[in-house]
Design a protein around this ligand. Structure first.
Ligand SMILES: NC(=O)N[C@@H](CC(=O)O)C(=O)O
Ligand SMILES: [Zn+2]
Ligand SMILES: [Zn+2]
Length: 343
């Protein structure tokens, strides 16, 4: 008899769908079973205005094979984002959050915020209209080691923002350290975090032992195994503060397998299946639905999805590559077996 698991339809609270000729591929994968997705705005040029967010939304809707999927748009904050733009975004009904990328921290973040203290009025406007602040939580100073950048960000940048905006909802995206787990646990209910499947499954040894493996290179970078263990504990704890955000971030094969490779890993082709493997290994399959389908909508203050998805325990091989517009992308676990499949 086969083993099956049925849960409320999940959402992805952090995904990169990109744009142009790859949209058909990324949207097909994410909409396969995600009800909604918080769509990251780090396009070239970035989604800095309400008008560009609405136009991007239309392109996503045009690319989607299923009408059941809803993209939730995000504004990219710059030093010049005005409180008026925040209010306009909120009033549009389609922009659900605004994203703080420290300038230079990650892929397409050059137009990001150079100094978060410049955002005071904008953050107050977000607090007023109840628009969550999403954060790529890493400092960018050359003197801070890449493995310490999240921890330093929490102390130097995020703590003052939390203190000065007590009612602002804040999502610390794609957390990678025990320090971030502790920070989120100690903060009020207005502070939550997304956790990726790849940060739950892998640590820096997977990326660096036995040869450098560029498809594991993402930002914030994979940390040591003790941090991975803290993330697994947080995700499977049942705490409502932690929820599913894949940070699925595809780059064409040539941009990854390069002398200067891009940051980002592709997981959306089997996101729920990857998380399910992690929760099963922890004997925590009973906690998967909360993490994947309840905690995110509850934090954002939107209804949970009404229908369900069913996973079956069955082995299937991950292809060596997947179509990505006119190019190909190498997915996480390429050439290996998955042990669950969404029916
Ligand atoms: N996570 C990544 O390594 N890359 C993301 C950007 C981001 O989420 O930081 C991307 O857009 O490629
Ligand atoms: Zn990021
Ligand atoms: Zn991301």
């Amino acid at each position: 008899m086969s083993t099956k698991l049925t849960i409320t339809r999940p959402d992805d609270w952090h995904v990169h769908l990109r744009d142009g000729d790859v949209l058909a591929d990324t949207v097909r994968d994410t909409s396969r079973y995600m009800g909604r997705a918080i769509v990251m705005p780090n396009l070239v040029p970035p989604v800095m205005t309400t008008d560009s967010a609405l136009a991007y939304r239309e392109r996503i809707l045009a690319a989607q094979p299923k009408t059941t999927f809803t993209p939730l748009m995000v504004l990219y904050l710059t030093d010049n984002t005005t409180p008026e733009e925040i209010k306009k975004a909120k009033a549009s009904g389609h922009v659900y959050a605004a994203k703080l990328y420290p300038a230079g921290a990650t892929t397409n973040s050059d137009s990001g915020v150079t100094d978060a203290t410049k955002l005071k009025a904008t953050l107050k406007a977000m607090e007023e209209v109840n628009m969550p602040l999403l954060v790529h939580g890493e400092v960018t100073s050359n003197h801070v080691d890449i493995f310490d950048r999240e921890e330093v960000f929490l102390k130097e940048v995020l703590s003052p923002i939390v203190e000065q905006n007590p009612d602002l909802k804040i999502v610390l995206e794609h957390i990678t350290t025990a320090n971030a787990v502790e920070f989120v646990n100690k903060a009020g209910d207005n502070v939550g975090a997304t956790i990726t499947a790849h940060h739950l499954m892998f640590n820096r040894n997977h990326m660096l032992v036995g040869g450098i493996k560029p498809h594991f290179y993402c930002l914030p970078i994979l940390k040591r195994n003790t941090h991975q263990a803290a993330l697994v504990k947080a995700a499977t704890s049942g705490s409502k503060k932690f929820f599913l955000g894949t940070d699925s971030a595809p780059h064409a094969i040539g941009a990854k397998e390069s002398a200067c490779g891009c940051a980002g890993s592709y997981t959306a082709f089997a996101a729920l299946e990857l998380y399910t493997e992690v929760f099963e290994a922890e004997n925590a399959l009973d906690k998967l639905e909360g993490f994947a389908s309840f905690n995110g909508p509850d934090f954002y203050g939107v209804p949970r999805n009404q229908d369900t998805v069913t996973l079956e325990k069955t082995e299937w091989p991950v292809p060596e590559s997947l179509a990505f517009g006119n190019d190909i992308v190498v997915p996480i676990k390429a050439g290996e077996n998955m042990t669950w499949k969404v029916l």
